[in-house]
Design a protein around this ligand. Structure first.
Ligand code: GLU
Length: 477
């Protein structure tokens, strides 16, 4: 929650956005309220003996909607975690999952803790205890509630959660599906770490496939050469910036971090910048560009695309009017408040909203959950068979060229590329790309198809609420 006066809280912001869309629908009486409210939030306070004394921690797991189960959503570790935030994030998970057709209700968890103040071993103890508290109440369970990483947590915490669940449910053959975002050797899936950033890239690629959509943001052409400002070089921001700069020709002109911002008009070397940040803890004194102490002001820099990839509420009623980017893609959850959203919409800024833009994480989590339940890696059965069939064609082509008078050869590299069957990583990327394209199409149809819908966020909410409403109606609620 941002401490900006006059600004609605994060949860109120999500509700306001929901209301905007719901007002354009004709839902059965009472259903709108049923969908909007958060079903339950469990608060736990638990003690862990560390450094010779007992420390008490406060954690939450919020379940927003159980129209389909399990419910899904990450666990966040940050000192600012509170009930309002966890409930807002759980609600966003409901809409996100509905939009990308991941068969989950929305949930979210949080622990009030600064993970940087504890050692790896201490964090393991804390995570194990938090997991124990949630598992014994079925708030972590392969069929009921499946967490994942979020801000401040990584695959390391997910491995601890999976292990704790297995210890408490020794005969559950599906134990590994109780959490996603695990390391590959603990039942994880290829491509999960990069997934949210990769999803941001696929979302932008899809947006730029439609010149009329690009024109609505007063831009033209392709992603190549576009000037991009990225706020937050954490897991999501880093991968999005890396892929956009190394694969799509974007220039990351500014990166905003905790201690300020760094600028390079020719485009920053993202991998080198990340290494610098890991080593030095910030961007100050980094030789890759010019340093600006006031990072927040850099959100207002001249650019083509702004990618807020850190905390919620960073674009608010105080700075929205000054934002120059014609296109914003919300890699973070809730970076634009409802008040700022109004200002930007009236200015004509196009916003690719969080419920779509950062859904890559939960999409690949879905694949991981399916992998765990099916107990087999994607591609294991098909890969060599696919390669054998491709080999047949290549052999036949080569025979024809030998036996006939036509003098042609396969282009260099073709054979190698064509013959390689898809492994798990290729399949995950293909599934993610397909998901991001399909979800964009469903939003786009509403954006272009309805005169009363002028922005992608409302379009996204309309699609999601409609899907959730149908699920409730089908259940007879
Ligand atoms: N924490 C991520 C999100 O906000 C991923 C959730 C998941 O994979 O369940 O979408």
């Amino acid at each position: 929650m941002t401490a900006v006066t006059g600004e609605p809280s994060f949860r109120q912001s999500v509700d306001l956005m929901f209301n905007r869309a719901a007002a354009l629908m004709s839902l059965p009486p009472g259903l709108e309220e049923k969908i909007r409210v958060c079903n339950a939030t469990y608060t736990v306070r638990f003690g862990v003996r560390l450094r010779g004394e007992i420390h008490t921690f406060t954690g939450y797991r919020s379940v927003h909607s159980e129209h389909t189960e399990p419910v899904k959503g990450g666990i966040r570790y940050a000192p600012s975690v509170n009930q309002d935030e966890v409930e807002a994030l759980a609600a966003l998970m409901t809409y996100k999952c509905a939009l990308v057709e991941a068969p989950f209700g929305g949930s979210k968890g949080g622990l009030c803790i600064d993970p940087r103040q504890w050692t790896e071993e201490e964090l393991e103890k804390i995570t194990r205890r938090f997991a124990y508290e949630l598992i014994k109440r079925d708030l972590i369970h392969p069929a009921q509630n499946v967490p994942a990483p979020d801000m401040g947590t990584t695959e390391r915490e997910m491995a601890v959660i999976a292990d704790q669940y297995a210890r408490m449910n020794t005969a559950d053959i599906n134990a590994r599906a109780c959490v996603t975002g695990k390391p590959i050797h603990a039942g994880g899936i290829q491509g999960r770490v990069e997934a949210t950033g990769r999803g941001v890239q696929y979302a932008l690629q899809e947006f730029f496939r439609h010149p009329e959509d690009v024109a609505r943001a007063k831009l033209s052409g392709t992603l190549d050469g576009k000037r991009v400002v990225v706020q937050g070089l954490g897991n999501v921001g880093y991968h999005a910036a890396l892929f956009l700069s190394t694969e799509d020709g974007c220039k990351i002109t500014h990166v905003i971090e905790r201690d300020g911002a760094i600028e390079n008009p020719d485009g920053l070397d993202i991998a080198a910048l990340r290494d610098w940040i890991v080593q030095h803890g910030g961007v100050k004194d980094c030789p890759l560009g010019t340093y600006h102490a006031d990072g927040a002001r850099v959100l207002e820099a001249e650019c083509d695309i702004l990618i807020p990839a850190a905390l919620e509420g960073v674009i608010n009623m105080h700075n929205a009017a000054a934002i120059k980017a014609p296109l914003i893609i919300e890699a973070a959850n809730g970076p634009v408040t409802a008040g700022a959203d109004d200002i930007l919409r009236h200015k004509g800024t196009v916003i690719i909203p969080d419920l779509y833009a950062n859904a890559g994480g939960v999409t690949v989590s879905y694949f991981e959950w399916v992998k765990n339940l099916s107990h087999i890696r994607f591609g294991r059965m098909q890969r060599r068979q696919e390669e054998a069939r491709h080999q047949l064609i290549v052999d036949e082509l080569e025979r024809i060229s030998r036996d006939s008078s036509i003098n042609w050869t396969l282009s260099p590299g073709f054979k190698q590329k064509y013959l390689r069957g898809a492994g798990e990583l290729e399949l995950v990327r293909s599934g993610l790309d397909d998901t991001m394209r399909a979800a964009y199409q469903s939003m786009r149809e509403v954006w272009w198809g309805r005169e009363d819908v002028t922005d992608l966020r409302t379009a996204g909410f309309l699609v999601s609420i409609d899907r959730v409403a149908r699920a409730y109606t089908a259940k007879g609620i």
